[in-house]
Design a protein around this ligand. Structure first.
Ligand code: TXE
Length: 481
């Protein structure tokens, strides 16, 4: 059985404690590889390697840093099929989705920051006759990047690319639930000639590896994507140590559908925003609000279309939904369906585990689920479920729907569907969210700020925001008189 290795100081390495955890294929429910169960000792070794590499890397001309990262992006593309197959097996997502989205986006992330760094300029402020200020943007040093399981290589590269491009060295921790593509990526780093110690990847459980990264006194910044509760734990530790923190956390995103929307486009995009990646994208719209006059029509069409979705093994090109990431996650998602029933909701479709045939009969599959009849303030409508489960609710007025949309602790993304331009702008501005899409969903320009408000996180990723996060401004003021 394949044993995944850590990547420290440019070399693949077994965990110091020689301890491993099972890696499960969620499409079949069986163990298929072993993950290092690393601990503080491995993190320390990674920190030492990163710290040793930092003086050289931070002084490496950006043209050279860019060249190396571009080689890495090309290697991801050259290995697209292999990486996509590994992602589908490790995560349960449809192979065609991994091929079309996850892996190409990992290459784009790296290419984007490899070139962004060439255009990144710091500021200068002239004070008429007294002085000129210029602001240096210095790499921070050794930084920590902790990523989740839903978009494994996609979100891993989204963090490490800006960190490395701007001259930092990284101790990175992929999710223990989906470690495989980060491991394959470490082999590509060796092939691309990434100098030793610039990126170090430590595999293992959250508290055992993410914990020591967070508490390490010399790791000066943490970029984290994951659950809101984990984000709180990290913030509690990191804040009194005055670490820079970027937290991308959960969401409970509203889709607001007005009667004057383009019905067909709204319907087909709502299908994607509800069930893409089995609903395991922080940007999925899980609360669908539909203006009363088209509620029945929209609901019926949505249910009918959802009934046609195929839940199947990730490697079948006809599958629209694959497996959810783990048995524990499947149970969590299904427990919310039970809760919804207790809260008085009606399951319009789905609401149960799907049992496939043959070798996939022990996999973790859930039927896409639509629930109606729940008040906006119940737990089902307030807590992040993070699976193929959405609620649908009618509304009468803009004021009412804005109250519903903003009435959760979260504030990550939202969509607005209308052909009234004035209303689109008016409603969008009033939404408490980091990102609002009007008449579209998940259209991403990597230059735009990405992140949420309230319990959805702190800080923004993307474009120059990420380069700002991974650099420390140092203002220098020169007298001119
Ligand atoms: O995430 P965790 P989990 C949400 C979603 C999901 C819930 C829990 O609702 O059901 O969070 O998922 C590492 N110190 N999202 O438990 O634990 C962990 O090893 C430092 C939303 O899988 O937050 C992994 O690498 N690190 C989301 C990473 O944190 C720790 C994506 C994320 O895992 C740690 C994923 C600790 N104490 C889940 N404990 C999104 N917003 O995209 C764990 N980790």
């Amino acid at each position: 059985m394949e044993k995944i290795a850590n990547y420290i100081g440019g070399k693949l390495a077994a965990p110091i404690g020689d301890s491993y955890i099972d890696n499960i294929d969620p499409s079949r429910g069986n163990i298929y590889s072993q993950i290092p169960s690393s601990d503080q000792l491995d993190v320390e070794q990674a920190y030492q390697a990163a710290s040793k590499a930092f003086p050289g890397w931070s002084k490496t001309p950006k043209e050279e840093r860019s060249r190396i990262l571009l080689r890495l992006a090309n290697l991801i593309e050259a290995n697209l099929d292999k990486l996509a197959a590994a992602e589908a097996l490790d995560n349960g997502k449809p192979l065609k989705l991994a091929k079309r989205v996850d892996i190409p986006r990992a290459a784009s992330n790296i290419r984007f920051f490899a070139t962004a760094i060439m255009h990144y300029a710091s500021e200068s402020h002239k004070m008429e006759s007294t002085a000129i200020n210029y602001t240096l943007r210095k790499p921070i040093g050794v930084v920590g990047c902790i990523s989740p399981w839903n978009l494994p290589l996609y979100l891993f590269t989204w963090k490490i690319a800006p960190a490395i491009a701007s001259g930092n060295c990284v101790v990175a921790k992929p999710s223990e639930v989906t470690p495989m593509t980060a491991y394959l990526f470490s082999k590509l780093c060796i092939e691309a000639g990434l100098p030793n110690g610039i990126l170090n990847i430590i595999h293992g459980l959250g508290p055992n590896v993410g914990g020591p990264i967070t508490t390490h006194p010399k790791i000066k910044a943490i970029s984290f994507t994951g659950g809101t509760e984990t984000g709180k734990t990290i913030a509690k530790i990191a804040a009194p140590m005055f670490k820079k923190l970027s937290l991308e956390l959960g969401g409970k995103n509203p889709n607001i559908i007005f009667a004057d929307c383009d019905f067909d486009k709204t319907l087909s995009t709502t299908m994607h925003s509800s069930f893409a990646n089995q609903g395991q994208i922080c940007l999925c719209g899980s609360r669908i609000f539909v203006e009363r006059s088209i509620y029945e029509k929209f609901k019926n069409a949505f249910v009918e279309k959802t009934n046609k979705l195929k839940v199947g093994n990730p490697f079948d090109s006809d599958s629209n939904l694959g497996a959810v990431v783990s048995e524990a996650h499947m149970k969590k998602v299904l427990s919310y369906v039970d809760l919804a029933k207790e809260e008085g909701g009606t399951i319009l479709t789905g609401g149960k585990q799907v049992k496939l045939e043959g070798e996939f009969s022990n996999g973790f599959y859930i039927a896409p689920t639509i629930i109606e009849g729940l008040p906006p303030n119940c737990r089902t409508n307030q807590e992040e479920i993070f699976g193929p489960v959405v609620t649908i609710t009618p509304f009468e007025s803009e004021e009412e729907v804005l109250r519903y949309a903003n009435g959760t602790v979260y504030g990550l993304s939202s969509t607005v569907w209308t052909s009234d331009l004035n209303r689109a702008h008016r409603v969008a501005e009033k939404l408490e969210a980091g990102i609002t899409w009007i008449n579209c969903w998940l259209v991403r320009d990597l230059r735009t700020p990405f992140g949420g408000v309230k319990a959805s996180g702190v800080g923004r990723e993307g474009g120059f925001e990420a380069l700002r996060f991974f650099t420390e401004p140092h203002n220098i003021c020169i007298s001119t008189n």
